[in-house]
Ligand binder design. Structure first.
Ligand SMILES: *Cc1c(COP(=O)(O)O)cnc(C)c1O
Length: 435
């Protein structure tokens, strides 16, 4: 499979180049040059297939020319090492729980696939690849855990000192091995700037192979389509049209759902649900696309003012804005709406939503209200409520018990380098650190 850049469709690169580069040199996003459509027999057999079996077929259809069958099995088994159960919440409404991975958020799927694939593509190269990550919390934990002990790949994480939650910090600073962490005396933007400067430093790039693992990388984006197929496989009820609601920030997750749909998955409607960072819902309702500074909310992993996958969504619809607007329904909600629905769902069903899943559920419910009895709906539960314990406890008036996996991180030993906000020091660190 070759990939083209959304900024220049005639410029094509191999899978290896797309994954190692991350972003195209013209700043465009990489897209698969063709989207394979899976056979009817695959969809007929879906309910009998395991998550992994689904993964082998889907990934083979995409990367069968680039990887051996053994590599594909390895890659899928590593990625889908935990379940993504479909849980009934109300009549006709299901939660797809994507938080059963090591860091309890759906980003684990993309991070695990990306790390394993990078390692395979680097096999036989003398040099190791170094992944630089600036994080305000969530990305760091998913990437660190996904890349932990993966051969051929070193990870360097920069984060603003004292500005990520203790739990998030422990999720990446206690691992060691091939994961190094630097706390920077500054804010997230300072970390981001140091990483960008390193990518643009021609001298440094001659000495070492640097790459990024952010959410626009195809190796993080594509594997997210797998759980949409698995959700459909688990859905026993097929007497109505299917709507899937995706709580969104950078819109990689929703884009992967649309990819699954274009591979043949019979989803009737996608709902794009956001908090008040509502650039995409506004666009879907007729406003021009306009990036804005992000606003803080209780669903903070979706506080995005310039959704980085937007051009990918357009590309999936052949850059036909009218088609895109007819296929995807946009909704947005403020923190009050989100908190209110977390309370009502808990009191009506006992189900505890995290603030992101709550936004997804709200989008779905609003869409289904407009079409009574026509749809069965699935919303994506993108994080375990324990990951946002302070918000959940405050909204619901409870003391949520953290899952063992989260507690285990708190027992680890933190290992970090401290640095003032100075690129020269970061460069020196990269040169001196052993790889
Ligand atoms: C990253 C994240 C999102 C947003 O996903 P996108 O692919 O950026 O739209 C939603 N919920 C949680 C918990 C996240 O961590």
């Amino acid at each position: 499979m070759n990939f083209y850049s959304t900024n220049n469709p005639s410029e094509k690169v191999s899978l290896k180049e797309a994954v190692i580069k991350g972003l195209a040199p013209d700043q465009g996003l990489y897209m698969p040059e063709k989207i394979p459509v899976l056979q009817d027999s695959f969809f007929r057999d879906l309910p009998t297939l395991s998550f992994q079996e689904i993964g082998y077929t889907v990934i083979t259809s995409l990367f069968g020319d680039d990887l051996t069958q053994d590599q594909i099995r390895d890659l899928v088994d590593h990625t889908l090492a935990f379940d993504a159960p479909l849980v009934k919440v109300y009549e006709n409404i299901y939660s797809l729980e994507l938080f059963h991975g090591p860091t309890l958020a759906f980003k684990d799927f993309g991070a695990r696939f990306c790390s394993k694939l990078m390692s395979m593509l680097m096999d036989g190269e003398k040099r190791k690849v170094r992944v630089l990550v600036a994080t305000s919390g969530d990305t760091g934990s998913a990437v660190a855990n996904g890349f932990y002990k993966v051969p051929g790949v070193e990870v360097v994480i920069l984060y603003p000192k004292g500005k990520v939650s203790q739990l998030q910090e422990m999720q990446f600073t206690t691992l060691g091995e091939n994961i190094s962490c630097i706390e920077v005396e500054g804010v997230f933007d300072d970390c981001q700037k140091m990483v960008k400067e390193a990518f643009l430093d021609t001298e440094l790039n001659k000495e070492m192979l640097l790459t990024s693992a952010n959410s626009i990388n195809v190796a993080r984006w594509i594997p997210q389509c797998l759980y949409y197929f698995y959700a459909y496989a688990q859905l026993a009820q097929k007497d109505k049209k299917l709507a899937i609601s995706v709580p969104s920030g950078n819109f990689g997750n929703l884009g992967a759902g649309i990819l699954a749909q274009q591979m043949g998955l019979p989803v009737d409607t996608f709902v794009a649900a956001t908090n008040i960072n509502k650039i995409v819902p506004d666009f879907l309702h007729g406003s021009p696309f306009a990036a804005k500074p992000s606003v803080s909310t209780i669903s903070n992993s979706m506080d995005v003012g310039n959704p980085s996958n937007f051009s990918r969504l357009l590309a999936l619809y052949g850059n036909d804005e009218i088609l895109f607007k007819s296929k995807v329904k946009g909704f947005f909600f403020d923190d009050e709406d989100t908190a209110r629905v977390m309370k009502s769902v808990r009191s009506e069903t006992g189900y505890i939503l995290d603030p992101h899943g709550a936004v997804g559920y709200l989008g779905l419910r609003n869409f289904m209200k407009m079409h009574p009895d026509e749809y069965v709906g699935i919303f994506l539960e993108t994080a375990h409520p324990g990951k946002f314990k302070s918000v959940v406890d405050h909204v619901l008036g409870i003391d949520l018990d953290l899952p063992e996996r989260l507690k285990a991180f708190m027992k680890g030993e933190k290992n970090v380098h401290s640095m003032v906000n100075d690129y020269a020091l970061f460069k020196q660190f990269l040169r001196e650190a052993k790889v």
